[in-house]
Design a protein around this ligand. Structure first.
Ligand code: 3PG
Length: 307
């Protein structure tokens, strides 16, 4: 009987756990839950004899993967897999997968929700501004970026996008204006919503040069990863431009300094909560469980990310 571990420092909603359990019960697999663990040593101990595992933003380091002697497949229930050491997974013959698109709507709704919250001065009673008629630049038009555009259109925003990996025509059919460079996007749009992954090419790529191009009353919305921001540059920009607001679902390392110096011009969720809805947890959890069963039973490697 294959053993599966669901290791979630930030647990799934109970309804999602129930449905994940159903998938494994039906397959005749044994499921172990490790939730809200506070030390990596708990994860190291829990992976020792499992054949498969599901994680969220939990760190699947080389140490964890080396300790998982029986592991055949690891699924990140979510989009970004920068928390998995892919080289270590491959070296150990472990297939790594993600579940693209499954939690996108939750992240997109949060991006717009935070934009409204800040446009209305965090609901403090003072007159704010509206989103209607404002230009929104979507930096990377994947699953989340597209949904952010769809929702923002309902608000009456004018949508622009930059994504060198998606054909122009595929984006334009959504009534989005495609620009040819990140610079053009930042120059054009008062609002920028970030949806790029964190990798060697993108880390610290959102820098002073790019952000300083943004028009007056610029708002940067980050529901992607904190690592893509050059924080030194962000601090410099916030000091130079009093009209610049930073909203993020992943608080930067320099959050204290921003809080100290720039009251009212930032908002950070206390814990990454873009994908933290029952619906997103259920979608991503069932997808992850099903992908594990399909891989172990039929060798299905759809969604493998360490090919
Ligand atoms: C993702 O990459 O899917 C999101 O960042 C969600 O991450 P989480 O599962 O840790 O909430």
């Amino acid at each position: 009987m294959p053993k599966v571990l669901v290791a979630t420092e930030k647990p799934f909603a109970p309804a999602a756990v129930e449905q994940i359990k159903n998938v494994f019960d039906k397959a005749g697999y044994e499921l172990t839950l490790l939730e809200k663990y506070s030390d990596a040593s708990e994860l190291l101990a829990a992976v020792a004899d499992v054949d498969a595992m599901i994680i969220r933003s939990d760190k699947a380091t080389k140490e964890v993967l080396n300790a998982a002697k029986q592991l055949k497949v690891i699924v990140r229930a979510g989009a970004g897999y920068d928390n998995i050491d892919l080289a270590a997974a491959s070296a150990n013959g472990v297939v790594a997968m993600n579940t693209p698109g499954q939690n996108s709507n939750a992240v997109a709704e949060l991006a717009l929700g935070m934009m409204v919250f800040m446009a209305r001065n965090q609901y403090n009673g003072k007159a704010g501004t509206e989103l209607r008629g404002k230009k929104l630049g979507i930096h990377a038009y994947g699953h989340v970026g597209k949904l952010v555009g769809d929702i923002a259109r309902g608000f009456g925003m004018e949508i622009f996008a930059f994504d060198p990996f998606i054909p122009k025509e595929a984006i334009e059919k959504d009534s989005v204006t495609v620009v040819n460079s990140a610079e053009a996007l930042y120059e054009t749009c008062q609002y920028i919503s970030l949806h790029i992954p964190a990798n060697d090419k993108t880390k610290k790529s959102i820098n002073f040069e790019l952000l300083s191009k943004m028009p007056k009353n610029a708002v940067l919305v980050n529901t992607a990863r904190k690592e893509v921001i050059d924080e030194e540059d962000l601090l410099k920009l916030m000091a130079e431009r009093e009209d610049f607001t930073y909203i993020s679902d992943i608080a930067p390392d320099c959050k204290e300094e921003i809080a100290e110096k720039h009251e009212g011009r930032f908002f950070f969720t206390p814990k990454k909560m873009g994908a933290q809805t029952a619906e997103a947890n259920i979608n991503a959890g069932i997808a992850a469980a099903t992908q594990i069963v399909n891989f172990l039973e039929k060798g299905d490697t759809t969604f493998q990310v360490n090919k």
